[in-house]
Design a protein around this ligand. Sequence first.
Ligand code: PLP
Length: 489
Amino acid sequence: MNFIETRGNDGIHPLKVTFSEAILSPIASFGGLYVPETLPQLGLEFLQRHRHSHYKELARDFLHVFNIDVEGHVIDDALALYDAFDDPKNPVPVVKVKDDLYVSELYHGPTRAFKDMALQPFGKVLSAIAQARNENYLVLAATSGDTGPAALETFKNQTNVKVVCLYPAHGTSDVQRLQMVTEAAPNLKVIGIQGNFDDAQNALKMLLASTSFKQTLQTKNIALSAANSVNFGRIIFQIIYHIHSYLELVRHDVIDMGETVYLNVPSGNFGNVLGAFYAMQMGLPVEKLVIASNENNILTRFIRTGVYDMRESELILTTSPAMDILKSSNVERVLYALYGADRTRELMHELDTSKVYRLTEEELCKLQAVFAADYCSDDEGKAYIKEAFESGYLMDPHTATCFKTYETCREKDLVMIAYSTAEWTKFSPTIANALTGEEDAHDSVALASISKAAKVPIPTMIETLFTKKVVHTTVIEKENIEAEILSFI
Ligand SMILES: *Cc1c(COP(=O)(O)O)cnc(C)c1O
């Protein structure tokens, strides 16, 4: 399988690259992204064959169909990391919440958010490729709070890779921040910036595109990569659990093989739902992909009107911070799949220059044939958290946004799979507030009160965070990021 570029080729980048090349150097011509040249068709036969497969068997076979240039033993080592999830037999449990609503829990890995699903194996694969090539990489990660911990966890102490993680200094929960600033390993650097997630992500994209920065790194024999979902190395692992979740419903006799379902995804940078989009294009029986957002509702407006408009929008800080984003990077890969490279380049250029682009009627029709969308306010989210808790389900504020779209986006009476992207432990003050009304509790207090009310233990990796030593104390203005990174290198 080769990879091509969402904005076409500039005559400088190669026309096609392998999977390893696409993940080592994820930014393509004109600032575009890499996408598979063709998508393999799985068909019902593949699903039938995996009706009873363990997650790792499904994943191994799926990656085989994709035919990537990564050796079998590396893939096996990477997938073995799922054995350290809560239930090694099933890293992604799918739980019934209502007769026609099931929640696929993607947070049972080491850092308690869905980012582990892809970053765990991705870290292994990237380090193995760097070692095999005898090359050194600097991996940049911009995070709103969950990518950072997951990237640090997967790359710590790996040879041939250094990681710099940029997070908004005042934009994460205590738990998320502690997960990063207490992660001690000589190859890791964590930098807080005075700004929001879009600022962190823009800084990252600028560095990835900067020739002078790359040249400076080159003099030290270091190449540059990224751990954000612009990297296809993450997306590929994010297709698999959508297929697994569907098969779980078949296994539990909730649906018949071949029956269509709704997939309902709390979305920010669009990487999770992009995995679902590819699964659908590869033949998974999906009625529609439902996008759940918070009050930063740019995706809802886009899917309803075909206008992606950042002109009037100010980023709002919500209780689901992983979805506080205006420029959602992976939409570009959908534009490419639906409208081709020339049109994608045109649209992305419009967004860069005038902060807005408009689809034609016909293009909008194509988009709406696949996606539906709505958004959920913080107050609505808290009400859903409380209601679900009272009927026995504890969930985080990101997952809660899907309960709104469950109510508003189903046109047909079909089963819906919603995705839970974080454990309650990562956003406990909001949940405690929803359940008991207590205001401004610190994470440590909120964790204890929810644990008691719900009779669930606090996982050790969260509990021990509060006594671990803080090793990363750097907080800087965004103008100083490049210099700070160079001083670490
Ligand atoms: C990253 C994240 C999201 C958004 O996922 P995207 O792939 O960026 O759309 C949603 N919820 C949580 C908890 C996350 O960490």
